[in-house]
Design a protein around this ligand. Structure first.
Ligand SMILES: [Fe+2]
Length: 433
């Protein structure tokens, strides 16, 4: 039997939960890295085939760093109702937002660590990666929660949204800095699309309403490209008011970099953009599709792209920023929603750093499959790129947590992990207070 791509190679799941202590370190871990690096990703149980890379149970991998040592590694499945009870997402009483995989991201807000997936509620976990349970913010959250919420660095509020296949298709939510759900507001869109990410600027929310459309008739993964849907970016005032929509050339975006308002009041949005062909082939591969038409459609990867939206004139400027295939853009989130200069991405066994002021790109080959590079700022008041990048790099059967100097991508340290960590999605650095 031939296994689908998403169960083999770098994506192959691991069969169990382990932990290990006092991990070998090469180089010198900065003492400022005092905390935990957690990363999420799909990991079906042995023998399970979820039918799509995105469908596997969430597994968290954690590395504890303290005083220049790597104290432990631990991996744990998130004990969701899908994992423990095989509860159906859609049952006789409707959608069960706690019967989900929680496999995409892990963040911390107001002291709570949350594992996220975009079709359901977050799951709270402990600093030791044990599952606490689903979180609906005291019953106030009645939609799903995106895996890509945005924390405003000035107010400490967490902005997020939920999308679904039943109306309201899109709802904006805001958590106070203290973790209370203080606002939920419907955003009107023409249909149900797969909205993986969004952007927040100082005064606006930015929506990507793109042609990957829900249709139950597809069976299995119900979202796929539809030419007729069109593509638009929406801009909604954070303070309230109508959404202004800008038509753009059809494309798909999983991940935005940063977005901000420029001196002329225009919205600048950077993201990893897929053409129709790039999306169709990538989607086929992670769906385990053997459709030759999808394989023939292969036409490159996502590339870094910029949209500049002018609310005064309604004009949109679209421009590719590079032609390299990259994904998982990250940046110094102390500048979230404000103009930032540096963007970090990964692609082709490398970390690629962009300087958006002059367009220069710096590439650091890693020699292995390279996970999202999470930026950890150095102490407060430092320059935008003063800090470190953390990335799980896998070569063959071994994985390391690579620590790079974000200024020049030079080696700082490497923590040898006790097992191969499957390629996954997103992670966070959770500093000790
Ligand atoms: Fe994502």
């Amino acid at each position: 039997m031939t296994l689908p791509d998403y169960l083999t190679g770098y994506l192959a799941p691991v069969p169990d939960e382990i932990e290990a202590h006092d991990l070998p370190v090469t180089g010198a871990l900065p003492p400022e890295l005092f905390g935990r690096y957690f990363r999420n990703g799909p990991n079906p149980r042995p023998g399970e085939d979820p039918g799509h890379w995105f469908g596997g149970h969430g597994m968290l991998h954690g590395v504890r760093l303290r005083d220049g040592r790597a104290e432990w590694y631990r991996n744990r499945w998130v004990r969701t109702r899908m994992f423990t009870e095989s509860a159906p997402f859609v049952g006789e009483t409707g959608v069960d937002h706690s019967a989900v995989s929680a496999n995409t991201h892990v963040i911390r807000h107001s002291g709570r660590i949350l594992a996220l997936v975009e079709n359901g509620f977050p799951y709270e976990v402990t600093p030791e990666l044990e599952t606490v349970g689903p979180c609906d913010f005291g019953g106030r959250l009645t939609t799903a929660m995106t895996a890509h919420p945005k924390q405003d660095p000035v107010t400490g509020e967490l902005h997020f949204f939920g999308y679904g296949f039943l109306p309201p298709f899109l709802t904006y939510h805001r958590l106070s800095a203290a973790g209370e759900l203080v606002e939920s507001r419907e955003i009107e869109v023409p249909g149900s699309t797969m909205m993986h990410d969004f952007a927040v600027t100082e005064h606006h929310l930015v929506w990507l309403d793109l042609p990957v459309v829900f249709d139950l008739a597809r069976g299995g993964m119900p979202y796929d490209w539809e030419d007729g849907y069109g593509a638009r970016i929406g801009v909604t005032p954070r303070a309230g008011g109508p959404t202004r929509w800008f038509d753009i050339d059809p494309c798909y975006v999983f991940h935005v970099g940063n977005a901000w308002e420029d001196a002329h009041g225009r919205i600048v949005l950077n993201a990893a953009r897929y053409t129709r062909g790039a999306f169709t082939s990538a989607w086929g591969q992670i769906s385990g599709s053997t459709d030759p038409a999808r394989q023939a459609a292969a036409s490159g990867d996502a590339v870094l792209h910029r949209w500049t939206l002018d609310p005064a004139s309604g004009a949109v400027k679209e421009e590719p920023l590079d032609d390299r295939g990259v994904e998982f853009p990250t940046f110094n989130e102390d500048l979230l929603g404000r103009e930032s200069r540096y963007l970090y991405t990964v692609g082709d066994d490398a970390v690629v750093k962009y300087d958006q002021r002059d367009g220069a790109a710096l590439t650091r080959k890693t020699g292995g499959d390279t996970g999202e590079a999470v930026f950890v700022p150095a102490a407060g008041g430092a320059g935008e790129d003063e800090g470190w990048l953390l990335s799980v790099v896998t070569s063959g059967d071994s994985s390391e947590l690579l620590v790079l100097d974000a200024r020049d991508l030079s080696d700082v340290a490497s923590v040898r992990l006790p097992r191969r960590v499957p390629a996954g999605f997103h992670g966070s650095w959770l500093a000790d207070d």
